[in-house]
Design a binder for this molecule. Structure first.
Ligand code: ATP
Ligand code: MG
Length: 160
């Protein structure tokens, strides 16, 4: 397990961090996001989508009536939001396991609402620190998760 803790001072900075993460993703991956309401999970996901090449013209919003939105980037982006998940059977119906990992990048908001274990993933917990300040705890599990986290750290530390 590899961990990384980083603070952001604004929504833009969290978005930028997400963008860097999206840019370093070259193969299917699973990103599990947790954190309270308004922590910044969707904000981070919006950056990830841009880094994956989803066009700026396409709004990235949390799925509301469905549990998953699909976006086309360099790899498909499966954006899950499990906040309204009432019963784990819904995930079976959705065939969620096929996305963990699937052909693309699964980003799961409220990932703590299901307890499926992934062999390899990047878990990201976002905590409120103030009106604009957040702390992001990254925890990489398995080889893909670790490679991703190392690539992200290196890109983030080299940015201007
Ligand atoms: N450093 C920061 N990082 C991320 N968002 C921030 C930050 N500072 C302020 N914000 C604000 O916090 C809010 C985060 O909202 P967002 O929808 O991304 O949260 P969320 O975790 O997805 O919440 P929900 O559980 O309701 O889906 C936005 O209004 C954003 O502008
Ligand atoms: Mg959200």
């Amino acid at each position: 397990m590899v961990e990384w803790v980083i603070d952001t001072a604004s929504a833009e900075e969290t978005n930028r961090l997400g963008r860097c993460l999206g840019q370093v993703i070259k193969e299917p991956a699973v990103l599990l996001l947790t954190g309270d309401l308004g922590a910044g999970k969707t904000c981070l996901t919006q950056g990830i989508a841009r880094g994956l090449g989803v066009p700026e013209s396409e709004p990235i919003v949390s799925p509301t009536y469905t549990l998953m939105n699909l976006y086309e980037g360099r790899l498909p982006l499966y954006h899950f939001d499990l906040y309204r998940l009432a019963d784990p059977g819904e995930l079976e119906e959705l065939g969620m396991e096929e996305y963990l990992p699937g052909e693309g990048v699964a980003v799961v908001e409220w990932a703590d609402r299901f307890d499926e274990l992934c062999q390899s993933c990047l878990a990201i917990r976002i905590c409120h620190r103030g009106p604009d300040k957040r702390t992001l705890h990254f925890c990489a599990v398995g080889s893909t998760g670790k490679m991703l986290l190392q690539a992200l750290q290196s890109v983030w530390n080299q940015r201007d």
